[in-house]
Design a protein around this ligand. Structure first.
Ligand code: GN1
Ligand code: MG
Length: 353
């Protein structure tokens, strides 16, 4: 069970407003940052417990306040929100010597998808991301702190990449030689997104497909999960992050690059889903979306490459070269999205606004 045993977790749970003295615990192993546990009673999941990665999210009060403010806005009959279970002291997280813990309700009969080939899932993903933005529109932006300042800022990510490259050992540089060339090529090309014209929104900032909760009964998207990076951003961040995980039917660390796809019918269904919420975006935002679908896989690939060169100090990896595999796969999709810029432009301008 990760680094914590059942007794430790049960003790932690007693600091929250829960009914039982003892629960069964299962580790969920698919995040790269936090530690996540499913809490079960009589084999039924009832809560999700997380230890927040304090090295990544240093402002725990800020992150929990952001989530609280967002949950207040995300209150709508067409949007299923997750509840934070308070501690017995009435707080949103519990702190002990092992870290910072939070407890959330588990919504029955739900599932997530790491990838999809189903146009309905792509449509639903677009619909719920659009709905999230519709509900968050007009929110008081001053209420939200930047939980990770400059999270999707390419200048910062480039700087971190250059530093890692300068300090990396020769073996890493050799293994990554192809990725290094690609990174340089795209860094030289990608500086054309004019953010000055784009409105700042409170974004989710991590809208990969498996951060969307679906109903197992109806296949409807219910809500976005993993609210840690809700903060200021541009709409194309949320668009691009979804596209890289929906339109590509392979996993983020897929090693066989010919499995990485740009499925046009999934792209169109995703945009249709977004459009089903009605008009939401400015013309400048619509125009930024195709490049967003190049930008997001690229910046994630660059971060994975940086972490590989740094010897895996940021992301949790399950094998030595996982960050390099993620980088190659994300860069491959970046190129495939770049090849489809004109196509994407036609689709978004035809369907949105
Ligand atoms: C990290 O741990 P997880 O999967 O929620 C990362 C995201 C990436 C994701 C996958 C705070 O999120 O930005 O999309 O890995 N989160 C942070 O690449 O760095
Ligand atoms: Mg996340």
């Amino acid at each position: 069970m990760g680094s914590q045993n059942n007794d430790t977790i049960s003790t932690i749970l007693q600091h929250f407003c829960v009914a039982e003295k003892r629960y069964d615990i299962e580790t969920i192993n698919n995040g790269y940052i936090n530690d996540t546990y499913m809490v079960l009673k009589e084999e039924q999941p009832i809560y999700i417990l997380q230890r927040i990665n304090h090295h990544v999210f240093s402002d725990i009060n800020g992150i929990m306040a952001n989530i609280n403010s967002a949950l207040i806005k995300l209150d709508d009959e067409h949007y299923r929100k997750i509840e934070l279970i308070k501690t017995t002291d009435g707080l949103t997280y519990y702190e002990n010597e092992k870290g910072y813990w939070r407890l959330m309700s588990y919504i029955d009969n739900t599932t997530t998808h790491n990838t999809t080939k189903d146009v309905n899932i792509a449509f639903e993903a677009g619909r719920i991301i659009g709905k999230f933005h519709q509900l968050m529109e007009g929110v008081h932006q001053g209420d939200f702190v930047d939980t990770i300042p400059n999270f999707h800022n390419l200048e910062l990510r480039e700087k971190q990449f250059r530093l890692a490259k300068a300090n990396a050992d020769i073996t890493h540089l050799e293994v990554a030689s192809e990725a290094l060339l690609f990174a340089e090529k795209i860094l030289a090309e990608l500086k054309v997104l004019n953010q000055a014209e784009l409105p700042v929104r409170i974004c989710h900032n991590d809208t990969k497909l498996n951060n969307i909760l679906f109903s197992t009964g109806t296949d409807k998207a219910l809500c976005l999960i993993d609210l840690d990076t809700i903060m200021k951003g541009y709409f194309y961040y949320d668009f691009g992050d979804a596209v890289r995980t929906i339109v590509n039917t392979a996993l983020e660390d897929e090693k066989e690059l010919d499995k990485i796809t740009f499925e046009k019918k999934l792209f169109e269904a995703f945009v249709d889903g977004m459009a089903s919420n009605g008009s939401l975006l400015t013309q400048e935002e619509v125009d930024s979306l195709p490049l967003g679908a190049v930008f997001m896989p690229f910046i994630h690939g660059l971060r994975a490459l940086t972490d590989f060169l740094n010897n895996n100090i940021y992301y949790k990896v399950t094998y030595e070269n996982q960050n390099h595999d993620r980088c190659l796969s994300l860069f491959d999709f970046t190129q495939k999205a770049l090849n489809e810029l004109d196509y994407m432009q036609k689709v978004v301008s035809g369907k949105l606004n």
